[in-house]
Design a protein around this ligand. Structure first.
Ligand SMILES: [Zn+2]
Length: 366
């Protein structure tokens, strides 16, 4: 018996669909295992059977590229779901080292290449690229080129603004997401259609922000936000952008509530999608960073007046902290970090600018 799935180019036999023809396989011993050749139809059959998606969207996925920026708690969830769904090419971009404390909430990330290997194990029919890189204005266009959608798995607002600049300029949809503590937020950005991130947040939040290192984060929160982002990405890559929910989703999984609010209208005066001034992509808003003496990196962040006593209180959970009115110094056992009241910092224990920026994001804010 042969049949053709509507819109699907593969001819599927009954055996491939898992139907045992009468009288066949009688030689297989009881309890034996007969692995049938896997067809694209059987692998994705449940997804294809979901009528609003269907075989045609599945075909589009196979030809599509998703870029996951940041391969931490959110990015690993997104990448795993997209790989299993059959997105043809997945590009992972991550600047960070893996730390033990991350494993509790990271589903597949033990190291950058391990993330890639795990995805290929989950689905050998797709292509997975991994780039160890700090997404910055100089190489953003190369790293994000060809993306059908960009997923935000980053831990800092500056990189999100850079993604937003690129996405708006090039007309590539992207999905914002963030999680800290028991709280998470997600929002799709459809350039030329919906509001962009700078319509909603014209400037990054000022002052020190809670981070996963200072406030912690719960695995179910990152799983939920990463899943929501992956769902909207699959709609876009499957050619179902009309089904993208134009909402801002916010949830506190510990205290509640879970709620969605309508996205605001596009701001005609938005620097990015209104005036098309891409300051982050132009590098004019990037925090300058420089090597500073031996085994240390200085970060001259944007003007970020900090409340040092308050920051000290938050950092006491991660290491030893000393503070006076001019500076705060703390040691997490690996890095010795001095933070000044104007937001500048010196990270000792590394000469890697990306690592130092990561340390700053984790402990001072994004
Ligand atoms: Zn905008």
């Amino acid at each position: 018996m042969e049949f053709r799935a509507p819109g699907w180019p593969f001819t599927i036999s009954g055996a491939e669909r898992g139907e045992n023809p009468p009288g066949k396989f009688s030689a297989i011993p009881r309890g034996g295992y007969c692995k049938l050749p896997e067809s694209p139809y059987s692998r994705y059959s449940r997804q294809i059977r979901f009528a609003p998606f269907g075989a045609e969207a599945q075909e589009r996925l196979a030809a599509a590229t998703a870029v996951v920026v940041g391969c931490g708690a959110l990015g690993t969830v997104q990448a795993a779901l997209l790989a299993r769904a059959g997105v043809g090419t997945i590009r992972l971009i991550d600047r960070d080292y893996v730390e033990e404390s991350n494993l509790q909430r990271q589903l597949l990330y033990t190291e950058a290449d391990a993330a890639r290997r795990h995805l290929i194990e989950a689905n050998s029919g797709i292509r997975v690229e991994s780039h160890i890189a700090d997404l910055n204005p100089e190489d953003a266009a190369d790293l994000l080129a060809g993306a059908g959608v960009i997923l935000d798995g980053t831990d800092n607002f500056e990189t999100r603004m850079l993604i937003n600049d690129y996405a708006v300029r090039e007309g590539v949809p992207w999905i914002y997401g963030a999680a800290v503590g028991s709280y998470g937020i997600a929002m799709p950005v459809l350039p030329n259609d919906s509001a962009c991130l700078r319509c909603v947040y014209p400037e990054p939040p000022s002052g020190a922000q809670p981070t996963c290192e200072t406030a912690g984060v719960l695995g179910p929160v990152t799983s939920m936000i990463g899943s929501l982002q992956a769902m909207e990405a699959l709609k876009i890559l499957g050619g179902r952008a009309g089904a993208v929910r134009r909402k801002i989703f916010r949830a506190d999984l510990w205290n509640g509530p879970l709620r969605e609010t309508a996205m605001p209208a596009r701001d005609p005066d938005c620097p990015a999608c209104g005036r098309r001034e891409f300051a982050y992509l132009g590098g004019r808003r990037r925090a300058p960073v420089s090597l500073c003496g031996r085994n240390a990196v200085q970060i001259h962040d944007r003007s970020r007046p900090l409340n040092l006593p308050e920051l000290a209180e938050r950092l006491r959970v991660v290491g030893t902290v000393r503070v006076n009115e001019f500076a705060l110094r703390f040691d997490d056992g690996e890095y010795d970090v001095t933070v000044f009241a104007d937001g500048r910092a010196i990270v000792k224990g590394t000469t890697d600018v990306g690592v130092a920026r990561g340390v700053y994001s984790r402990y001072v804010g994004n």
